[in-house]
Design a binder for this molecule. Structure first.
Ligand code: 5GP
Length: 118
């Protein structure tokens, strides 16, 4: 598995504003936030994209969502609401090829405009 900026964050080779860590995952604030709250939840295991998730990763991927909800509850925005997104490959905007949940909150979250409807 190739090295990414996120595997370097896991190994503490580059700094990040880490807000949560356990045996299986790490969460840290996004360097370029798109909302008042924007953090990433990543597995410690390197998996490049959603397409590379295997059956053996079933619990790990579920764990990322449980960690996201735990942080949302601890930070007090769980009841107000938040969005969890994982991009897959270039057309979806994936730029770091180590899977990660984006967790966004703190403002009304619309969908991107789609003007090409028939
Ligand atoms: P993607 O576009 O792959 O879905 O999301 C990658 C995210 O990682 C982006 O929102 C980007 O701002 C964030 N990011 C990229 N490099 C770094 C970094 O070095 N530190 C942190 N904290 N976030 C990063």
């Amino acid at each position: 598995m190739s090295e990414t900026i996120f595997s370097k964050i896991i190994k503490r080779e580059i700094p990040a504003d880490i807000i949560y860590e356990d045996e299986f995952c790490l969460a840290f604030n996004d360097i370029n936030p798109q909302a008042p709250v924007h953090f990433l939840v990543i597995p410690k295991k390197s998996i490049a994209t959603i397409n590379d998730i295997e059956e053996q990763d079933r619990e790990l991927v579920g764990h990322l969502y449980i960690a996201a909800a735990k942080i949302a509850k601890e930070k007090g925005f769980a009841d107000d609401g938040y969005r969890v997104v994982m991009n897959c490959n270039e057309s979806a905007g994936q730029t770091v090829f180590h899977i990660h949940l984006h967790v966004l909150a703190g403002k009304p979250l619309g969908w991107p405009p789609y003007t090409d409807k028939l």
